[in-house]
Ligand binder design. Structure first.
Ligand code: FES
Length: 434
């Protein structure tokens, strides 16, 4: 019997062919749908320095020149990314009482978080308004009055200047004009504290981040009442963009397992290790551009791992472990040892990776493309804006109010020799040179 067109169209083979054709056409039409974490960057953008204040963008098939170790790329990242992106810094459980603070170096921007007497967590540039010396010198500490050691200016937990020895009687000097520069913060329902260095009056928190965190915390169990168990900042000689967070995680987990194999199987530590090494029990939430949070459900724990760039070839790795219920002291000690050891090994692995990449022994196929493309796109956008403006755009820079009065007061104070042990370097009194 002869087949008609209608018979052919209705046959299973024809339906299958039609489906395959449609999928193929969709795939071609929306190439971004086919990207995975292991895709190569084939159309990346090269950022080439023209002069000290301008950067241009040109299309090249390779990873941009200077991407791994270029000072100018790093400086552009500071302006385009770190000066205006919401960054996860800490969990509110890390600030147990008023005055508890933690200092950070975010791509060369010194910042600290502090819990105020009103219980609110705020962030400030860690720069004295007198002559720009560092206010908090330790990484963590607690004090409701923060004194600058250089000339004794003191600030309260809201950043207000409360004491300026020798300046009180100087005409034109106004303490209220010399508070610390505040940094935007946002604390999520889960107690996670984000900061944004943008100096604009307001900065809306990224709602997409808020909703993905909310979904993650429903699985992970992370909440505002979770408690901080252990944490540390370590440093490595590599560019922060070497995306080891996914690439080396299994090795990281295996190392944890190996190191803890001698620990009693009945302990909470062993539960922690079992959960961290079982992929099915592990969930993660990536917070662009520097943080990933892992949840170890079996043990009721979460680990936040952040990569803070210190320079184009140095990165600080901050890890913090949080528990959803009480953990005893011996277990905390063991977990701390395990995490420290495993993180040191992780750093060694990344440093090796970085050496291979920077000496071109390996290709860049291990890049996390999603993040890389996003970083590239942000750098491109900022470069375009700078070209339009005809100079660098520094979103984190604060222009001090009342600087003229300040300078007059400082000058008079110098004439009266009222500053003891003052700076001899002629640093501008209040302006942040960023
Ligand atoms: S009091 Fe801080 S720099 Fe002088």
């Amino acid at each position: 019997m002869e087949s008609t067109d209608a018979d052919y169209l209705a046959s299973p083979a024809s339906v299958l062919v039609a489906l395959v054709t449609i999928i193929f056409l969709l795939h071609r039409a929306w190439p971004h749908l086919s990207h995975t974490k292991t895709d190569k960057v084939t159309d990346s953008i090269s950022i080439t320095s023209l002069n000290n204040s301008d950067l241009t963008v040109s299309k090249e098939p390779e990873i941009p020149k200077g991407w791994w170790s270029g000072r100018e790329v790093f400086e552009l990242e500071r302006r385009a990314l770190f000066s205006q992106t919401w960054l996860y810094l800490a969990h509110n459980s890390q600030f147990k009482k008023p005055g508890a603070y933690q200092s950070f170096d975010i791509a060369g921007f010194p910042v600290f978080l502090i819990r105020g007497k009103d219980d609110k967590i705020r962030a400030f540039h860690n720069v004295c308004r007198h002559r720009a010396y560092t206010i908090t010198r330790k990484e963590t500490g607690a004090s409701t009055v923060l004194g600058c050691r250089y000339h004794g200016w003191s600030y309260d937990t809201t950043g207000r200047l409360v004491k300026a020895p020798q300046f009180d009687d100087v005409p034109g000097f106004d303490k209220s004009q010399n508070s610390l520069f505040e940094v935007h913060t946002y604390t999520t329902d889960q107690g996670m504290v984000f900061a944004n260095l943008k100096s604009s009056e307001s900065a809306a928190f990224d709602s997409a981040v808020a909703s993905s965190l909310s979904a993650f915390s429903r699985i992970a169990g992370l909440k505002a009442k979770s408690t901080w168990v252990a944490g540390q900042t370590l440093s490595g000689d590599f560019n922060w963009k070497v995306d080891a967070r996914t690439r080396h995680l299994d090795a990281y987990a295996n190392e944890l397992h190996r190191r803890m194999s001698e620990v009693s199987a009945a302990s909470a530590v062993m539960k922690f290790i079992r959960s961290i090494t079982r992929k099915s029990a592990r969930e993660e939430c990536s917070l662009f551009p520097i943080t990933v949070i892992y949840s170890f459900q079996e043990a009721g724990l979460c680990l936040a791992l952040s990569f803070f760039p210190a320079s184009e070839s140095k990165t600080h790795i901050r890890y913090d472990l949080f528990a959803h219920s009480a953990v005893n002291e011996p277990d905390i000690r063991k977990m701390s040892e395990v995490l420290q050891s495993a993180t040191k090994n992780l750093i060694a692995e990344i440093e090796l990776e970085y050496q291979s990449i920077s000496t071109k022994q390996r290709s860049s196929s291990g890049l996390n493309n999603t993040d890389t493309r996003q970083i590239l796109s942000r750098l491109q956008e900022h470069t375009k804006l700078e070209r339009i403006e005809g100079g660098q755009i520094l979103p984190a820079m604060h222009k001090p109010e009342g600087s003229t009065l300040f300078q007059k007061a400082d000058q008079l104070c110098r004439q009266l020799d009222c500053v003891s042990g003052g700076s001899q370097d002629g640093t501008s009194p209040s302006a942040l040179d960023w």
